[in-house]
Design a binder for this molecule. Structure first.
Ligand SMILES: *[C@@H]1O[C@H](CO)[C@@H](O)[C@H](O)[C@H]1NC(C)=O
Ligand SMILES: *[C@@H]1O[C@H](CO)[C@@H](O)[C@H](O)[C@H]1NC(C)=O
Ligand SMILES: *[C@@H]1O[C@H](CO)[C@@H](O)[C@H](O)[C@H]1NC(C)=O
Ligand SMILES: *[C@@H]1O[C@H](CO)[C@@H](O)[C@H](O)[C@H]1NC(C)=O
Ligand SMILES: [Ca+2]
Length: 344
């Protein structure tokens, strides 16, 4: 659509340039020859006039030809300017559209959840996004999981991905705006932080609880060229706090190059105030995050968010060595989990 509009704009520019420099076109529109039995003198007058007009027109055209080259440059420049402002408008429009659809989703979800609290009994408590999915919630967005005394789980706000590979994913981590610092202490990583629609860590305690059933982990990544890759792991377990939220992973599958989480398998969680790593260094302080630091990293998904231009200059960024190496900080990351036996 914008392409069409732009080429129309191009022609409009050409016409405007032509009319402005040769107003004679506007003053004397060529007369149409009436085909119905022309009388001889009228005919000749008309023909003469037409001839004159044609002569004028070809003079105008040749003049225009000379002028055209000069004008063309400015027309092209104007079109390019329009095009770039068009692109800006377009991206603003997509942004607004996605905001709007997210709002719509949120309203739908609220309505569904309001209806659901009326019918919910303690027997069918909701544990995560996959159980919501099984109850026919199929919209990605923010949901409120009710507290459950039996399971000892508090009320929890989660973001559900109900689309990727069948949906049912509870998002446990997201990096996309860079507005939330991930250089936090043990207690904050335990409880969770950030904003559920933006950048956040769900909280080690919650992740531990959600991974008590056999669980799959999916890591989605995007680089600054817009390429998207993923890594998936079977048998994801986050042990409890007594075991320092130690990470366990099964086999890797995906297209994110070499597996960059395997190095962190069977490794405790470390933060700037709790050094549980396998290194003389304090990895959490070197890599500026909270993570299952070994000595130190093969990936650092909770590292510092660096923007384009700064993204390839630091070793404490959001890295995945198996894809872009040790000093390339990714543009977007999402970590999400769902039960191993989930059937969409
Ligand atoms: C052609 O151009 C001349 C001068 O520019 C003008 O006097 C004349 O009326 C024009 N003729 C027609 C038919 O437009
Ligand atoms: C991982 O892969 C190995 C070799 O392919 C296989 O023997 C093993 O059972 C797999 N482990 C899991 C947890 O799927
Ligand atoms: C991760 O570590 C655990 C414990 O050592 C081990 O059982 C499991 O096989 C490891 N995962 C992989 C993919 O090797
Ligand atoms: C980043 O990595 C590239 C390629 O591995 C290397 O050439 C460059 O020196 C590194 N830059 C920094 C700041 O470490
Ligand atoms: Ca250490």
């Amino acid at each position: 659509m914008p392409k069409k509009t732009l080429s129309a704009v191009t022609w409009l520019c050409v016409l405007i340039v032509a009319f402005v420099s040769h107003p004679v076109w506007l003053q004397k529109p060529p007369k149409r020859k009436t085909p119905a039995q022309p009388k001889v003198p009228a005919c000749c007058e008309e023909v003469q006039e037409l001839k004159a007009q044609v002569a004028n027109l070809s003079r105008v055209l040749s003049e225009l030809g000379r002028k055209q080259e000069k004008d063309w440059v400015s027309v092209v420049m104007q079109v390019m300017e329009l095009e770039s402002s068009g692109k800006r408008m377009e991206s603003r429009l997509t942004e607004a559209e996605s905001k709007y659809s997210e709002m719509n989703n949120q309203i739908d979800i609220m309505q569904l959840q309001a209806a659901q609290t009326l019918t919910q009994t303690s027997a069918d408590a909701i544990y995560d996004c996959s159980s919501l999915y099984q109850k026919n919630y199929r919209i990605s967005g923010v949901y409120r999981l009710p507290s459950n005394d039996f399971l000892g789980s508090p009320e929890l706000e989660v973001f559900c991905d109900m689309e990727t590979k069948g949906g049912g994913w509870t998002v446990i981590q997201r990096r996309k705006s860079g507005l939330v610092s991930f250089y936090r202490d043990w207690k904050q990583y335990k409880q969770g932080f950030g904003s559920i629609r933006g950048d956040f860590w769900l909280g080690n305690e919650h992740i531990h609880r959600l991974s008590r059933q056999p669980t799959r982990l999916r890591v989605e990544m995007e680089d600054w060229e817009g390429t998207v890759r993923y890594a998936e792991y079977s048998h994801f377990v986050l042990s409890n706090e007594l075991n320092s939220y130690r990470l366990f992973l099964g086999n890797y599958s995906g297209n994110a190059g070499n597996d960059a989480l395997y190095y962190h398998n069977n490794t405790a969680f470390s933060t700037k105030d709790k050094d549980n790593d396998n290194c003389l260094d304090k990895c959490a302080q070197l890599r500026k995050g909270g993570y299952w630091y070994n000595c130190c990293t093969d990936s650092n998904l909770n590292g510092v968010y660096y923007r384009l231009g700064e993204h390839d200059k630091h070793l404490d960024g959001i890295t995945w060595y198996g894809w872009h190496g040790a000093n390339y900080s990714l543009k977007r990351v999402e970590m999400k989990i769902r039960p191993e036996d989930f059937k969409p």
